[in-house]
Design a protein. Structure first.
Length: 257
């Protein structure tokens, strides 16, 4: 429910990272021109667009359970096969693709094991299934700053570093093993995102996107103002442009022949 939002809101919150992460994930997955690839949980289409740039839109499909985000993806990647649906029940036949990728999605699947199994099902024997998720505990500076600030002010505040089940290489490796994939490899993916100023960092949290945004809009005006100032302090009170690093962990595996 926290991702039932507009494409613009998502772009301002997480899109500045996902657009940079997409080509790095594609390289990690070893996607080559000529392949037919599915983007699972496409959102507004950062990974879909990057795949289309490499492969051509007619070689790319995408699926997402959010109609509002899916509409943005379809508009941004005309010619791609864009469909509404959950990861746990993909609307394609078995063996339809050479690869299936998901970016920053497995933690938000209602059944991650079911989603991974579906990704395997729609990929041909010998094809690739790959995914990535943030290192919520230590490597995603934007989220870590927000949740550390929230916990400092409210011991009952949520923390994705404690609640997300998949945020390290071993977590993802286990998920891929349970899906029956082979030749599994993992690795870190690191990107940076730029902010014009502190307001550019803070304002996206007030749009209600994701767990952080949902917590932010649940607060009283006074509590939200205190959280804003704690985040500013933790970032060193930036007066102008700055960048933040973000690390994700990625996994790839092969569908048995």
């Amino acid at each position: 429910m926290s991702f039932a939002t507009t494409g613009d809101a998502y772009d301002r919150y997480m899109g500045r990272y996902s657009i940079r992460l997409a080509p790095v994930l594609i390289e990690f997955a070893r996607i080559e021109p000529g392949a037919k690839v599915l983007d699972v949980g496409c959102g507004p289409g950062a990974l879909t667009r990057a795949l289309a740039d490499l492969l051509g839109a007619d070689h790319v499909a995408a699926v997402d359970p959010s109609q509002s985000l899916l509409d943005v993806c379809a508009e941004r990647v005309p010619g791609a096969d864009v469909r509404l649906g959950p990861a746990e029940s993909l609307p394609w036949a078995a063996g339809s693709f050479d690869a299936a990728l998901s970016q920053l999605v497995v933690n938000f699947m209602s059944d991650a094991d079911g989603g991974a199994a579906e990704m395997r099902r729609v990929v041909r024997p010998g094809g690739t299934v790959a995914s990535c998720t943030w290192d919520y505990r230590d490597g995603m500076t934007m989220l870590r700053t927000f949740f550390d600030a929230a916990k400092a002010l409210d011991s009952n505040a949520p923390d994705e570093g404690r609640t997300m089940p998949f945020q390290a290489a071993d977590d993802l490796c286990g998920l891929w093993e349970r899906a029956g994939l082979e030749a599994i490899e993992t690795g870190p993916l690191t990107v940076e995102a730029a902010y014009a100023d502190f307001d550019d960092f803070w304002e996206p949290f007030t749009l209600g996107v994701g767990p952080g945004g949902q917590y932010c809009i649940s607060l009283s005006d006074d509590a939200r103002r205190d959280l804003r100032e704690e985040c500013r302090r933790r970032l060193g009170d930036p007066a102008g442009p700055f960048t933040l690093a973000a690390r994700a962990w990625a996994v790839r595996g092969r569908v048995p022949v």
